[in-house]
Design a protein around this ligand. Structure first.
Ligand code: PMP
Length: 360
């Protein structure tokens, strides 16, 4: 059988070893006589799974002791409301945003329901092909925080620096689609969040890493299950957490540690991205429109110059076991997502096909 390589943007490919282990443990987790799905979240078995997952994620990202790691529900999108509710306090706060693509745009729209928003800089007029330089960001003195989407999954734009321009402002980062793909200096952020379904595990788990001094300030109308302090005080078990998803995430964390952690992931991701972008840039048959220094290592959108060949391209890809390459409906074209669990062999297979299809 041909090898199958899945380039979905999320839910996305998971390490084969993780899926095999989950299958082996499906009916009976480590002699407990229960599937993880059947366990009480308050029982010793699940608590041990939870604590190991929390500990391993903390180790992988070197999360300092003054940060809480929360495993929540609601997806990345819910955090666009949950974070304002938790951070704006009771005044008439302003939230600053840098608009670099579709996901930061959604965050702006949602936050505007709860606070004043200021788009400090935008790349909208340029079709989201770069990150506006920090020198042009028009930040609000005393803003509640500055929100960035550090990897725009649809537009393929990655912010690979930590802003210095924010002054005293708290930084909030949506890292949904590149968390764990590279080391990150957590101490520079107030909140880091991400839906799990790209680099962490199945959909349904939302990871939030929050600095402790930001807890306990939620506006009174915040749903209690989404008040960071409640969630933190109860080890993410204020209400029933997404137990099975946390278990799979824990297996992914163990897999990452066996591979050599995020530093090794970054090395591999640089190599994979370089291979793919080189094939796209080889001539003008394909086109990635993002300025080189802002190109995402995780999500690679591209267009065929001759878009009438799109269907043929996708059909040929499928025949070769290269799946889910169709671009997001809002931008069209193609997109190859090459998360941690995508082996270089998968990227090489895609590159071989790109060359073949272009008649090179
Ligand atoms: N932020 C980013 C960067 C994303 O890629 C996504 C999902 N693709 C979201 C937020 C929304 O996440 P969810 O669908 O889990 O709500």
């Amino acid at each position: 059988m041909t090898n199958i390589y899945n380039f979905s943007a999320g839910p996305a490919v998971l390490p084969k070893e993780v899926l095999a282990q989950a299958a082996a443990e499906m009916l009976d987790w480590q002699g407990s006589g229960m599937s993880v799905m059947e366990m009480s979240h308050r029982g010793p078995e699940f608590i041990s799974i939870y604590r190991a997952a929390e500990r391993d994620l903390r180790e992988l990202l070197a999360v300092p002791d003054n940060y809480k790691i929360l495993f929540m529900q609601g997806g990345g999108l819910s955090q666009n409301a949950v974070i304002p509710m938790n951070l704006i306090g009771n005044g008439d706060a302003t939230i600053d945003f840098v608009q670099t693509g579709s996901w930061s745009s959604k965050s702006i729209k949602e936050a505007a329901r709860y606070a004043k928003v200021n788009v400090a800089a935008t790349a909208k007029d340029n079709g989201y092909t770069f990150v506006p330089p920090q020198s042009e960001w028009k930040l609000t003195p005393g803003a509640a925080y500055l929100h960035l989407c550090t990897n725009e999954t649809i537009d393929g734009v990655e912010i690979d620096f930590v802003p210095t321009a924010q002054g005293a402002t708290t930084l909030v980062a949506d890292m949904s689609s590149h968390i764990l793909s590279r080391p990150v200096d957590v101490a520079r952020y107030g909140v880091i969040f991400g839906g799990a379904q790209k680099n962490i595990g199945p959909a349904g788990v939302t990871v939030v890493i929050v600095r402790e001094d930001l807890l306990g300030k939620a506006v009174p109308y915040t749903p209690s299950a989404f008040d960071f302090k409640n969630v933190a005080d109860n080890e993410s078990m204020y209400n029933t957490p997404p137990t099975y998803g946390i278990y799979i995430a824990g297996l992914v964390f163990q897999w990452l540690k066996r591979q050599g952690g995020v530093a090794e992931m970054e090395r591999r991701n640089i190599e994979k991205a370089a291979l793919l972008y080189a094939a796209l840039d080889a001539d003008d048959f394909y086109q990635n429109r993002v300025q080189k220094e802002y190109r995402s290592r995780m999500n690679v959108p591209f267009y065929l110059r001759d878009e009438s060949k799109n269907e043929a391209f996708l059909a040929g890809a499928k025949e070769r076991g290269l799946l889910q390459l169709k671009g997001h409906k809002s931008v069209g074209g193609m997109r190859a997502s090459i998360y941690n669990a995508m082996p270089i062999e998968g990227v090489q297979a895609l590159v071989d096909y790109l060359n073949e299809f272009a008649g090179r």
